[in-house]
Design a protein around this ligand. Structure first.
Ligand code: SAM
Ligand code: SF4
Length: 317
């Protein structure tokens, strides 16, 4: 189904928790964020009801995210339930990868197709620093297992100037050695991280200048926020996701659901539609969902310095 700017909104991103087992410096303040009370989070039944309604409206692609989606109990059963919606042809998850050692195989069996794994450094000490305590080896092991069980993998790397920008070349090489797509995401000013994001912003345009051996690749999917490049002979591609230096709103096909049941037509806008209230009062959610198609903004206002209030972990990246 299309919005007023003729964009086919066929992609739903659902954040199932605001909890996380890491506290990445660019995503959360050092002291962490106050958690939403448990009864504020949508139950799996409520999440399923919303997803089912979207599927009836033509959503074909679903991404489960968080916070860290793998820390929510019974996530495998939930994936199995949504995988029963046969109109969904792409069920993906964004994860920090910590839980994959244990869960990659059951998730694949439950019907998950793909995982985007966030990995910002290949140096264990630096990983600990960026994530405030994480263990890189667990993630690397999880990536191996996910590959072995047949999950499709992409690596997401947020470049932080002065912290991991010296590893860009190594990450580009992974498209050859690991044969996976590696996507560099520009650091965005969101929630309380505005000063950090300003101090550490690294434009993807610099990557193109620094690595002239990257060959542009024709986009397979125009709604993808990434522009793709490739090293000659490498199996994987290098994707550049540049919400700041290259606005891709005209092709945006996505809507987001927060863990507390707010429908967000745009990541970078504070506009939210409360589905939880309607769900818990036995009201029809369809009119509210249709409203999100009507009010999705034409474009974000990041370049006009209009920042949103929620933290990234409370929305779902
Ligand atoms: N915990 C999971 C993970 O890290 O993959 C899923 C949630 S996380 C909020 C989703 C993605 O958003 C991650 O790839 C993360 O690196 C990215 N992210 C978080 N804060 C960001 C920011 N300020 N700018 C750009 N990307 C950000
Ligand atoms: Fe957690 Fe993901 Fe945010 Fe890192 S980026 S703190 S792993 S939600």
């Amino acid at each position: 189904m299309r919005d007023q700017f003729n964009r086919d909104l066929n992609y739903l991103r659902v954040s199932i928790t605001d909890r996380c087992n890491l506290r990445c410096a660019y995503c959360m303040p050092e002291e962490g964020v106050e958690h939403m009370p448990h009864d504020e989070l949508l139950s799996y039944e409520e999440l399923y009801t919303v997803i089912d309604e979207f599927v009836k409206l033509g959503v074909k692609k679903l991404r489960i995210t968080g916070g860290e989606p793998l820390v929510r109990k019974d996530v495998v059963n939930f994936i199995e339930k949504v995988a029963s919606l046969k109109q969904l042809n792409d069920i993906a998850m964004t994860t920090n990868g910590i839980g994959l050692v244990e869960l990659a195989e059951p998730l694949k069996k439950a019907g998950l197709h793909r995982v985007n794994i966030s990995l910002d450094t290949l140096n264990p000490e630096r990983y600990k620093y960026i994530t405030r305590g994480g263990d890189l080896n667990i993630v690397l092991k999880g990536i191996l297992i996910a590959k072995e069980v047949g999950l499709k993998i992409k690596i997401n790397c947020v470049v932080n100037k002065g912290i991991n920008d010296d590893e860009i070349g190594q990450f580009i090489q992974l498209t050859d050695t690991w044969g996976v797509d590696v996507r560099f995401i520009e650091l965005m000013p969101i929630g309380q991280n505005i000063k950090y994001a300003q101090d550490h912003f690294y434009s993807n345009e610099l990557i193109i200048k620094q690595f002239p051996d990257l060959i542009p690749v024709i986009a397979e999917d125009p709604s993808s926020p990434a522009r793709y490049y490739q090293l000659e002979g490498a199996k994987g591609k290098v994707g550049l996701i540049s919400p700041l230096s290259c606005n891709f709103c005209a092709y945006c096909n996505r809507l987001r659901l927060t863990p507390d049941g707010k429908l967000k037509p745009c990541l970078h806008s504070d506009i939210e539609i409360d589905l939880k209230n309607a769900l818990r009062n036995n009201q029809d959610i369809l009119p509210l969902i249709l409203q999100s198609y009507e009010i999705k903004p034409e474009k974000h206002l990041l370049d006009e310095h209009k920042m949103i209030v929620r933290q990234m972990s409370q929305i779902g990246g």
